[in-house]
Design a protein around this ligand. Structure first.
Ligand code: AQP
Length: 363
């Protein structure tokens, strides 16, 4: 694969006069965002995404943030959205994202994302956008014809989020793989048409935890918007609520504990969660549960979730109270993010042929 190391996109600053330099360091760049669509992140967000983000900040130039513009693709209560944006930032820090090591920002504080998204929309075929399964799934979930154009073009904004920082790697859950493919296509298409500009980013998806399933419907993914309350482990919930949900998780009428995603999706999901939280390979877990029942497995999962979740919850709930501090972190993050994003948009505008506004000539 060529793209992961394809960080030398060349002359960043040769575009419009006044473009500021890209402050890329010598480390590869990583970017990922989370939507503030609930009061609490869930176990799938944590295991599939956030947990990968933490070690990557040590050897990458890391950009992590809150995708509030993406949240607007479905209806949001304005006051709640603002609260959830700050709560999400607090949860990133509680998970171990360090503002001293990573750029932590809020998507709407960097308006260049939407500027680039428009340019990329004009490069995206309707047919290609129409093949995105997440739109189909979400639209099918009751929205029908009411699904917004924003929800349809969500993956193009996501491509802009990534390409605007020339990110090399994007740690996400399996559900985002198709969107990453579109991002890669758009980067390559732009580069082909206008000359080398964007890095073609690599998805960083950890196969074993790429998709944590809904506890009540283990064929579906655990999701803020799609899961029923019984199916989702919200990390900020009281531990006893989550223990109860795990103990009621749907399994099957068989009694054997083995890893078989197709035949035994509920049991496979519990083994996946336990393996990820304990660091014990699934095969070793299966051996250790030989002769035991589903109650034993659920008990072990509940203990592991309580242990990790308890510390996370305590840190996050403390940080949520530190509103001024959180706002200062997001402001500093936006400043650094805009330095890079504004230079890239200037370069892109120049390459596609937009006339720059003349300086000091207004009458
Ligand atoms: N069930 C999951 N298993 C593994 N990874 C997951 N992610 C989400 N669900 C799972 C990953 O978490 C990151 C942040 O997700 P997001 O909040 O930006 O949006 P999402 O993927 O759409 O997650 P939800 O919970 O389903 O949110 P809603 O319901 O608001 O759309 C992403 O990297 C995602 O892959």
């Amino acid at each position: 694969m060529s793209s992961a190391t394809d960080t030398s996109t060349g002359a960043v600053n040769e575009g419009r006069a006044g473009a500021r330099p890209d402050t890329r360091t010598t480390r590869p760049r990583v970017l990922s965002l989370v939507q503030p669509t609930a009061d609490s992140l869930h176990l799938g967000n944590y295991l599939g995404a956030l947990r990968q983000w933490v070690p990557m900040q040590d050897d990458h130039d890391a950009f992590y943030g809150v995708a509030d513009l993406h949240a607007l693709t479905v209806e949001q209560d304005p006051k709640q959205l603002r609260q959830r944006t700050l709560r999400s930032a607090a949860q990133l820090i509680a998970a171990g994202i360090d503002p001293e090591k990573s750029t932590i920002f809020c998507q709407s504080h960097v308006p260049e994302h939407t500027q680039l998204a428009w340019i990329l929309s004009c490069l995206t075929g309707f047919g290609q956008a129409n093949r995105m399964t997440q739109f189909k799934d979400k639209a099918a979930r009751g929205l029908g014809d009411q699904a917004s154009v924003g929800l349809f073009t969500y993956p193009v904004l996501m491509a802009a989020d990534i390409l605007i920082y020339r990110a090399d790697r994007v740690p996400v859950g399996e559900d985002q793989r198709q969107h990453l493919e579109l991002t890669r296509d758009l980067a390559a298409r732009f580069n082909h048409r206008y000359g080398r500009t964007f890095v073609v980013p690599e998805p960083h998806i950890v196969a074993s935890v790429g998709r944590i399933a809904d506890l009540a419907d283990p064929v579906g993914k655990m999701s803020k918007s799609a899961s029923s309350p019984a199916g989702i482990i919200e990390l900020l919930d009281e531990p006893k609520i989550n223990i109860k949900k795990i103990k009621s998780a749907v399994t099957d009428s068989d009694r054997e504990i083995r890893f078989d995603v197709d035949q035994k999706p509920g049991v496979a999901n519990l083994l996946t969660i336990l393996s990820a939280l304990s660091g014990t390979p699934v095969e070793t877990l299966v051996e250790s549960f030989a002769g035991k029942g589903y109650g034993d497995l659920k008990g072990a999962v509940a203990d592991a979730v309580a242990e990790t979740g308890g510390a996370f919850r305590e840190r996050a709930l403390g940080l949520i109270e530190e509103r001024t501090e959180l706002e200062a972190i997001l402001a500093a993050g936006a400043e650094r993010a805009r330095e890079i994003a504004s230079a890239v948009v200037a370069e892109v505008y120049d390459k596609v042929g937009l006339l720059p506004p003349a300086q000091g000539r207004s009458r």
